[in-house]
Design a protein around this ligand. Structure first.
Ligand code: ZN
Length: 359
């Protein structure tokens, strides 16, 4: 059964995380996803969680004490900016702690067997928030806080797949030297925030536990599916996680105003289908998707709806491996990542037979 986090507080609520005029990370994003998921029947397909804030202990597992002290001093009840992109409004602290805490509760419930799959539709997003710094619209790293809570509750290994179009530098930073958390990111490169080179493969204590594929702008479903089949699926199969978390941003969508990728809703569906299949094979089916970015409302609402369909619909087998994409820059990116993680001791090969060439 699916558990989900969905609430007015993350959308256009008077006491929520209210954006300055014209800012792309705006309350309408969560409202668009909420409306689409209710229209798709999420209420009949799962159970809604009660919200709860993250505890001090949960926050302190991934964020520095000085950083949390600064946030608590500056943000609650105030308005301002933590960097050039990252605003806060009087309701931001409450929304941010509820986003992190409710996502953590959802992941904990999945680990405890109350739910098998989960969907968390929260704002502010989290994957750019590092151990000690807010950036890129993110204050608290929701997925990292949830992953650390899962580890504390007994999960041996956690895999985090980040398909947001931006590199999740915060999540990478937090788990850089942790061999029990596999961080996989596919992102537009070079692009904000500038990190995510293939040679970033983890610290000395965790070689190959960070895997980055930086695709050129203009990449679409074929390139993304090749990344999943050539890199992510084999890496997860090798890692054998107890839980798969997805940093589900939808800003790689073909009409997103911030980035220049060309992923379609069908592409997101195939990515989600592969992750569910690999979670079923290796992680007891435990998979939780958490909203990150995505700034085209149609891209967002349709994207999260296909993820809902793939997490609650009938199980699908892993398809035959997608071919390497024809674009030489994308091919070189995938080959560069395979070479870099190979140098870190992680040799990856597709699980399934290659699909026959189309006739
Ligand atoms: Zn993003």
């Amino acid at each position: 059964m699916l558990g989900y986090v969905l609430d007015e507080i993350f959308g256009d609520s008077a006491d929520g995380h209210r954006a300055p005029s014209g800012h792309p990370e705006r309350p309408a994003r969560a409202d668009a996803v909420r409306d689409a998921l209710y229209a798709a029947g999420i209420a009949d397909r799962g159970e809604k969680l009660a919200l709860r804030p993250a505890s001090d202990e949960e926050l302190a597992r991934v964020h520095a004490g000085d950083y949390l002290d600064e946030l608590v001093k500056r943000v609650p009840g105030q308005s301002g900016w933590l960097d050039g992109d990252t605003y806060y409004s009087p309701g931001t602290w409450r929304a941010a702690t509820l986003a992190a805490g409710s996502t953590t509760q959802l992941v904990t419930d999945v680990l405890d067997g109350r739910y098998t799959t989960g969907l968390s539709v929260v704002r502010p997003p989290g994957h750019h928030a590092t151990r000690d710094r807010a950036m890129g619209f993110c204050l608290l790293n929701n997925v990292a806080i949830a992953a650390a809570a899962a580890r504390a509750r007994g999960a041996g290994r956690v895999a985090i797949v980040d398909w947001d179009v931006h590199h999740g530098n915060g999540t990478q930073d937090i788990f850089w030297d942790d061999p029990d958390v596999l961080y996989l990111s596919v992102h537009q490169y070079p692009y904000y925030p500038g990190t995510g080179k293939p040679t970033e493969t983890g610290g000395p204590g965790a070689p190959g536990a960070t895997i980055n594929v930086g695709l050129p702008g203009g990449s679409g479903d074929a390139e993304y599916l090749a990344v999943f089949d050539r890199v992510f699926v084999p890496a997860i199969a090798r890692f054998q996680p107890d839980l798969v978390l997805v940093s589900a941003g939808f800003d790689a969508f073909q009409h997103d105003p911030l980035a220049s990728m060309r992923v379609t809703h069908a592409g997101f569906a195939q990515m989600a289908s592969r992750l569910r299949a690999i979670a079923e094979r290796f992680a007891g089916g435990r998979i939780v998707a958490v909203l990150e970015g995505g700034y085209d409302l149609h891209g967002l609402s349709g994207g999260m709806t296909v993820v809902l369909d793939k997490l609650t619909g009938p199980s699908e087998p892993l398809p035959a491996s997608a071919p390497m994409p024809p674009n030489p820059v994308a091919r070189a990116a995938i080959e560069g990542t395979l070479a870099a993680v190979g140098a870190a001791g992680v040799v990856l090969a597709p699980l399934a037979e290659e699909a026959p060439a189309s006739r």
